[in-house]
Design a protein around this ligand. Structure first.
Ligand code: NAD
Ligand code: ZN
Length: 254
């Protein structure tokens, strides 16, 4: 299928559906200037062992290394704005078609764009938790402070290290978010995957669950994914171009 035909087919499928669920990964936010982890040249994984810095074990052993690694990502995230792909998902929600956005992203761009039902499977950067006394703090001022002084944020109450509420390797996914996401996936008739390599389980099991319960899968991604053979429509393109093209087709016939 040519891209324009696939875009048209995706729009037709979405137009007929009243129960769409979107599933997004780092690729939906690259047009907002936040690099994904797997594309070459992003630099985020250069010279680091992910299991060492971005795991809960690594964090406990060496929080300084974690904060040094996350510094550029935190700076880009704080300055990022939602892009036309995020906005297209808001449009689908306002039409009453999109029931939920399930995201692996921690950048909060879906909620900032205005989507109401967002399940953040890998956490977010709105809050941070003390590793010792478990007190939870709003993260915005902590991040601003960290971006200025590069010092490991500490608990105002007990002085221990604060960990942003993002899910590191080796941590459980937030159970309520995961159950709600699975429930939405089971009820979806169209499951729209955007910008995910679909390589990180258990999040990547959710599209399979949707398919098993009867959803038709649309995948919009720059590169092939292991679940392409399951998909009804695969569009290889930039999400910030493809999603607005799809919603433009839908708008033209609403
Ligand atoms: P990933 O890095 O594994 O895969 C991203 C995929 O998106 C790639 O297959 C790439 O080809 C594709 N892509 C990149 N730019 C695109 C674009 N403009 N349009 C369409 N496709 C595009 O990402 P993942 O599957 O989300 O897994 C990465 C893990 O890292 C997640 O667990 C996530 O929590 C975390 N992460 C989050 C952010 C963020 O919050 N923005 C950024 C980096 C990593
Ligand atoms: Zn504390």
């Amino acid at each position: 299928m040519m891209i324009s035909e696939a875009v048209q087919a995706a729009a037709d499928l979405l137009r007929k559906s009243n129960s769409v669920v979107a599933f997004t990964g780092a690729g939906i936010s690259t047009p907002s200037g936040i690099p994904d982890f797997r594309s070459p040249h992003s630099g985020l994984w250069n010279d680091v062992d992910p299991m060492a810095v971005a795991s809960i074990h690594g964090f406990r052993q060496n929080p300084e290394a974690f904060y040094t690694w996350i510094y550029p990502l935190a700076r880009l995230t704080i300055n990022a704005r939602p892009n036309p792909a995020h906005e297209a998902l808001v449009y689908l929600e306002t039409l009453g078609k999109l029931n939920a956005v399930i995201t692996q992203n921690i950048d909060m761009l879906h909620t900032r764009a205005g989507n109401k039902v967002v399940y953040e499977l890998h956490g977010h950067m709105r809050e941070a938790t003390c590793v010792h006394c478990f007190a939870v703090y709003p993260a915005e001022s902590l991040i601003t402070q960290f971006l200025n002084d590069r010092r490991v944020p500490r608990c105002p109450s007990c002085g221990s290290v604060l960990k942003p509420n993002v899910i590191l390797f080796g941590e459980q996914l937030p159970i309520r978010q995961l159950l709600a996401a699975q429930d939405a996936a089971r009820k979806a008739d169209v499951f729209l995957v955007v910008g995910s390599s679909l390589e990180v389980a258990p999040a990547s099991d959710i599209p399979v669950l949707a398919k098993r319960h009867g959803a038709q899968i649309i995948i919009v991604n720059l590169e092939p994914t292991p679940l392409d053979p399951l998909a009804h429509i695969v569009i290889r393109g930039d999400a910030a171009e493809v999603l607005p093209q799809i919603t433009a087709h839908i708008k033209a016939r609403v």
